[in-house]
Design a protein around this ligand. Structure first.
Ligand SMILES: Nc1ncnc2c1ncn2[C@@H]1O[C@H](COP(=O)(O)OP(=O)(O)O)[C@@H](O)[C@H]1O
Ligand SMILES: [Mg+2]
Length: 425
């Protein structure tokens, strides 16, 4: 007797005591726990108290017939899944059809052969077990799927946050200089204007008598304050403020060019502007340690999602900077070379943008997994491993290809090639 059989309980409902005895004995012999009942109502109470694995149900019975018993079982969500096998002497097709309509899984005609009952009980118990198992597996799968979805959303979010971090750090750094500059100039300008106003006020207060004496006092004051230098200073400080404001406005413009993330649909842009705005945002990460070499070709305006492509430029540039910074010994000659090229003898014409760095290159075994989501060689918290897979998605969405090349010990090159159909020159 298997463990499963031991824990399997079967309810038999039949108003003929001989049938109850016969079926009960056979099933008990097989090791099942059997509960026999001569009336439907009793069986329903017993099933509700301790749901069985299967029910053998007679149809013709006093008080409540088998159809009604079955109907009640099926309307109770806790009992509705228990397989019900009808055993009846009713031999009309209509009776059988009705039995199935009421929710029965099988129909055995009396007088029954024990072997037949046996075989059918086994089949339905097994079916029920499979069903339960399937449902459980399904539930586990659904749980795993929703866990994976949540994890993916979290990781995509952390990649977004990482990009946002680079962006905000870049802007803060860029804007800090001109803002400090404007601040200092504005303070100088205020001081100078205050002194100038003192002199102007004196002129305003001139009275008709003893004008020359009053003018002499004013001239003395002007000498003490260095009036002429003050006037020159005002011009210089104002021009400084203008330059600072101009610089800030350029940065804001660059930022706007960079983050056309919200742009719905494609627009026609100059990709060089996008690369330059990205470089502006990343300046604090490379300035002073890495040379940026730009070899821009003549690109036509390209219809694309500029915000998305800029995100790709940023991912590739950050990776190149990280790669160079990961070298144990850095040289003065560390360089990121950005090259753009228009290929107009292919169909369709293509724009090719490549980023080459003097980093350590990419080991062969990493090369195959580079674009896999979550593949990273960076420390936890530093890399999400999503940059390249997201970039690949963006480039492919533009109908393009993104490839990586590496000569061991000689750095890496990432190359974007996008078709330039529907361009505006
Ligand atoms: N320019 C590069 N030079 C060397 N290795 C690179 C370069 N770009 C990417 N890689 C490798 O590819 C991995 C995946 O990059 P990416 O998808 O951007 O994720 P992350 O930068 O978060 O690690 C990096 O961890 C690094 O090992
Ligand atoms: Mg990256």
């Amino acid at each position: 007797m298997s463990d499963q059989t031991e824990s399997t309980s079967i309810i038999i409902v039949d108003d003929t005591p001989a049938n109850l005895t016969l079926l009960g004995e056979m099933l008990r012999e097989k090791g099942f726990k059997v509960r026999p009942f001569p009336r439907g109502r009793l069986a329903l109470t017993a099933a509700a108290n301790d749901p069985p694995s299967l029910i053998l149900l007679d149809i013709n019975m006093p008080e409540m017939d088998g159809y009604e018993v079955c109907e009640r079982l099926k309307s109770d969500p806790r009992l509705s899944e228990i397989p019900v096998i009808f055993i009846s002497s009713l031999n009309e097709t209509l009776d059988k059809v009705k039995a199935f309509q009421k929710g029965g899984v099988d129909y055995i005609i009396k007088p029954f052969q024990l072997e037949e009952v046996n075989a059918r009980v086994d089949t339905h118990l097994q079916l029920r077990r499979f069903q339960k198992e399937l449902r459980q597996r399904n539930q586990t799968l659904e749980e795993t799927l929703s866990r994976l979805r949540a994890m993916q959303a979290q990781l995509v979010q952390s990649e977004k946050m990482a990009s946002l971090g680079v962006l905000t750090a870049g802007i803060a750094h860029e804007i800090n200089n001109p803002v400090n500059f404007i601040n200092a100039s504005a303070k100088g300008l205020c001081d100078a204007l205050r002194d100038i106003m003192t002199v102007v006020k004196r002129y305003d207060e001139l009275t008709p008598d003893s004008v020359s004496e009053q003018l002499e006092t004013i001239n003395r004051l002007k000498g003490e304050l260095g009036f002429n230098e003050l006037l020159e200073g005002v011009a210089e400080l104002s021009s400084n403020i203008y330059t600072g404001v101009q610089r800030t406005s350029d940065i804001v413009k660059g930022l706007r060019t960079f983050s056309r993330f919200d742009q719905v649909g494609k627009i026609s842009v100059d990709l060089h502007e996008g690369i330059d705005s990205t470089l502006m945002i990343l300046r604090h990460r490379y300035e002073g340690s890495i040379n940026i070499e730009k070899h821009y070709g003549k690109l036509p305006r390209i219809v694309c999602h500029p915000g998305k492509l800029n995100q790709t430029f940023m991912n590739l540039l950050v990776n190149a900077i990280d790669a160079i910074n990961s070298k144990k010994t850095a040289f003065d000659s560390e360089t990121i070379r950005i090259e753009t090229q228009y290929i107009n003898d292919s169909d369709p014409c293509r724009a090719v943008i490549s980023f080459s760095d003097t980093g350590p290159g990419i080991p062969k075994e990493a090369m195959d997994r580079l674009f896999d989501p979550f593949f990273t060689t960076k420390d936890v918290g530093r890399g999400t491993g999503l940059g390249l897979s997201i970039s690949l998605g963006i480039v492919e969405n533009h109908g393009g290809i993104l490839t990586a090349e590496c000569e061991p010990g000689r750095g890496s090159t990432f190359r974007i090639s996008i078709p330039v159909s529907g361009t505006e020159s």
